[in-house]
Design a binder for this molecule. Structure first.
Ligand SMILES: Cc1cc2nc3c(=O)[nH]c(=O)nc-3n(C[C@H](O)[C@H](O)[C@H](O)COP(=O)(O)OP(=O)(O)OC[C@H]3O[C@@H](n4cnc5c(N)ncnc54)[C@H](O)[C@@H]3O)c2cc1C
Length: 378
């Protein structure tokens, strides 16, 4: 193991937590400090748009297993700067934390159009508390964005009794799941009363007691609140003077390395891999990158490179979907391995795309991965 006696992790989300636990599992016994902006112990972020927005006042998203890393957690503290040569992280309280090795796992924040308190976003437990408080008053809602977050939030809001209009160019979820599954989830949403407008948003502004969303064709929508679910932006502002950013991105190699002593994992990270430079802001990818980053910090080239199947799930409109592999090509019809699509309960396989999905079917994730990797028709 190199001369690593003190390691700092910035970000105590699932990528940071996994990296910390992995360091210990691999035998690192030096000092470990975790800096986390949120005052909470690590929690399940995906549960925010699922469990937290379910009917009832409860916001309990459950807890993740306690960390095993035994490090010093500085919660409610934000890293505001990084001196790469001097190997120190500056915190918002004016203190500095030195390191031999650094893991950047600062995640991302929600994109938004305005600073208005009536434009809500959902990224953190605190955001979920604010959002739920609003939704329990049953306001009229405009959701901007028909990806997984927008559709899950819209589903929660409709379930809480709110009239909801969702604005999205094209069919919601299609970009994330392909046209077949995107269409099925959109049909379920329409049946439950969601109004979908196929358009792009140009501006959002406060109007009287509510909000006005202007679409690119000039038409306007008004509602009590707007929920923007239009993507996330990596938390890299504090790295601006670090010399680590390339074209405004934190780009790591396929072992999550930025330098010999600095690695990155999770939503904050762009990976320069075999298929180019890309960012995959999903839960299991953050976990896998946390493991690989920790191993690479300790063992360099001897550590394994990233090599994990992409896995994604969503719960919305009473439908539960798990998918392993890339978004299936629109050209390929899936093989129905079990169940029946007409009942919206089926295991599907796209052998040409290397993808498998379980729609409203129980299926262990390893089996789904094996099915996705099967090249012949299952
Ligand atoms: C509502 C919601 C639902 C989702 N649902 C799904 C889903 O169903 N399936 C799926 O695969 N993925 C889902 N995701 C995505 C998934 O949650 C993320 O990919 C994952 O949480 C990323 O983990 P992370 O550790 O990289 O970042 P984060 O979970 O964002 O953790 C980073 C932490 O670092 C902190 N931080 C940021 N800047 C600093 C700083 N300068 N100093 C100190 N701390 C800092 C942040 O406050 C945060 O606590 C969802 C995301 C959201 C928001």
């Amino acid at each position: 193991m190199a001369d690593l006696h003190s390691i700092v992790i910035v970000g105590n989300g699932v990528a940071g937590l996994t990296a910390g636990d992995t360091l210990r599992r691999l035998g690192y016994d030096g000092a470990l400090t975790i800096i986390g902006e949120e005052p909470h112990a690590t929690y399940s972020r995906p549960a925010l748009s699922k469990v937290a927005l379910a009917p009832g006042e409860d916001l309990d998203v459950g807890t993740l297993p306690d960390p095993t890393h035994g490090g010093t957690e500085l919660l409610g503290r934000t890293a505001v700067g990084l001196d790469t040569d001097g190997r120190t992280v500056s915190l918002d309280d004016g203190t500095q934390v030195g390191f031999d090795g650094l893991i950047i796992a600062a995640g991302s924040h929600a994109r938004r159009f305005t600073d208005s308190a009536r434009e809500l976003t959902l990224r953190s437990l605190d955001d979920a508390a604010v959002l739920k408080r609003h939704l329990l008053d049953r306001p009229t809602v405009t959701v901007i964005g028909g990806g997984p977050l927008g559709m899950e939030v819209a589903s929660g809001a409709v379930g809480l009794g709110c009239p909801v209009t969702l604005v999205h160019p094209g069919t919601p979820m299609e970009l994330h799941l392909g046209s077949l599954l995107g269409g099925i989830l959109t049909d379920a949403a329409l049946e439950q009363g969601l109004r979908v407008i196929d358009a792009m948003v140009s501006t959002v502004r406060e109007f009287g007691e509510g909000m006005t969303v202007t679409l690119t064709d000039g038409s306007e929508l008004t509602s009590d609140i707007v929920i923007t679910a239009a993507g996330d932006l990596p938390n890299i502002g504090w790295l601006e003077d670090s010399g680590l950013l390339a074209g405004g991105r934190l780009i790591a190699d396929d072992r999550c390395r930025i330098t010999d002593r600095i690695v990155a994992a999770g939503d904050v990270t762009w990976i320069n891999g075999p298929s180019g430079v890309g960012r995959k802001p999903i839960w299991t990818t953050a976990i896998e990158q946390g493991k690989v980053a920790a191993a690479a910090l300790l063992h360099g080239d001897d550590a394994p490179a990233l090599d994990h199947p992409v896995y994604f799930w969503t719960d919305q409109w009473g439908q539960s979907l798990k998918m392993s592999g890339p978004i299936p090509s629109g050209e390929e019809d899936p093989v129905v391995v079990e169940g029946d699509l007409a009942d919206r309960a089926a295991v599907l396989h796209w052998p040409g795309s290397g993808t498998a999905a379980a729609l409203n079917m129980r299926m262990p994730i390893p089996r789904l991965h094996r099915l996705a990797a099967t090249e012949t028709v299952a």
